[in-house]
Design a protein around this ligand. Structure first.
Ligand code: HEM
Length: 256
C-alpha cells in the first residue's frame, strides 16, 4: 500500500475558538526538557517567551530558574565567556545525535495535503504538522512481516514515510507494500517516562499530545493573538456590513 498513516487528532488549539491549554504546554515543556532535549535543539525559541500570554504563561521567577538550572550554560554573545543561561537567551541548539531542530517542526511537516496538495485537510480538519509529530511519536510498531528483522539501527514507524524500505517490502514495480518506513530515532516515549507535578496521566499518548502541543506553540507563539485579532476583525466587519446595508437603503430610498 505504501505511504504513511497520519492520525487526525483533536488538539486544544484547533478551530477558530481553540486555545492552547497553558498547563498542557507546561507539561509538554517538561517532556521536551526531560526527554527530547537529549537529542533535539530548540534554537529559535527565546526562553523568556515561556511566560508570554497565549503560551505556557509560567511565572517569571520560575522561567528564570528554569533558564539557570535546567538549561546548559551558554557562551555570552558579547564577552564570549561561558555563563549560566538567562531568560534573554534562546533554548540550546543540539546537533550531536543528528536530530533536526524542533523549533519549527510542526510547521515544517504536514499531515496530509489532500488531493492535489491543496491543503484541504489542514483547513477542514486542522490536520497538519501537529498530527504528523503526534503520529510519529505514537507510530512505532513491530517490524512488518515482509522485514521481520527490520533495518539495523532503525525503528519501524507507521507515520514516517521518508526512511529506507528493504527490497522484501517492495512490489515488482519497486513500490513500498507497507505503511511507513524506518526512522533513525528510537521510540523516545514510554508510559510514565516523566512524572507530572499535577498528577496528570503520563502514558505515551498523553506525553505525546502534551509535547506536540508545546512544540506547536513554539513554532507558532502568536497563534492566540492572531485568532483574537481575526475574531475582532470579523465582528467589526459584520457591524460595517449592517451599516453599509442600511446606508445603501437610505441613499436609494427615493429612487426605488
Ligand atoms: C527525528 C521529535 C526525542 C533522535 C525527529 C522528528 C521529530 C522528532 C518530529 C522528525 C521526523 C521527520 O524528519 O519527519 C521528537 C520528540 C522527542 C524526540 C518530540 C521527545 C519526545 C528524541 C531523542 C532522540 C531523538 C531522545 C535521541 C535519542 C532523533 C533523530 C531523528 C529524529 C536521530 C532523525 C531521524 C531520521 O531522520 O531518520 N524527532 N524526538 N529524538 N529524532 Fe527525535
Amino acid at each position: 500500500e505504501g505511504g504513511a498513516h497520519i492520525e487526525d487528532h483533536a488538539f486544544a488549539h484547533e478551530g477558530p475558538f481553540g486555545k492552547f491549554d497553558e498547563f498542557q504546554l507546561q507539561r509538554g515543556l517538561q517532556v521536551f526538557t526531560e526527554v527530547c532535549s537529549a537529542c533535539h535543539g530548540l534554537k529559535y525559541v527565546p526562553v523568556r517567551t515561556l511566560s508570554d500570554e497565549g503560551g505556557p504563561r509560567m511565572p517569571e521567577d520560575q522561567v528564570r530558574a528554569y533558564a539557570k538550572d535546567m538549561l546548559p550554560p551558554v557562551a555570552d554573545p558579547v564577552t564570549g565567556e561561558e555563563r549560566p543561561r538567562e531568560v534573554s537567551d534562546k533554548f540550546p541548539e543540539n546537533t550531536g545525535a543528528g536530530a533536526p531542530d524542533l523549533s519549527l517542526m510542526t510547521k515544517a511537516r504536514a499531515g496530509f495535503h489532500g488531493p492535489y496538495g491543496l491543503g484541504i485537510n489542514q483547513m477542514m480538519k486542522g490536520m497538519g504538522g501537529p498530527e504528523y509529530v503526534y503520529s510519529i511519536l505514537t507510530g512505532y510498531a513491530e517490524n512488518p512481516a515482509c522485514a521481520p528483522d527490520g533495518i539495523d539501527g532503525y525503528y519501524y514507524n507507521t507515520a514516517f514515510a521518508n526512511g529506507g524500505i528493504p527490497d522484501s517490502c517492495k512490489d515488482e514495480a519497486g513500490h513500498s507494500t507497507i505503511t511507513g518506513s524506518w526512522i533513525a530515532m528510537a521510540p523516545p516515549l514510554s508510559d510514565d517516562i516523566v512524572t507530572y507535578a499535577d498528577g496528570h496521566a503520563a502514558t505515551v499518548h498523553h506525553t505525546a499530545e502534551d509535547v506536540t502541543s508545546f512544540l506547536t506553540w513554539a513554532a507558532e507563539p502568536k497563534m492566540m493573538a492572531r485568532k483574537q485579532a481575526g475574531l475582532t476583525a470579523i465582528i467589526i466587519l459584520s457591524v460595517l456590513t449592517v451599516l453599509l446595508y442600511l446606508t445603501n437603503k437610505t441613499l436609494w430610498a427615493g429612487v426605488k
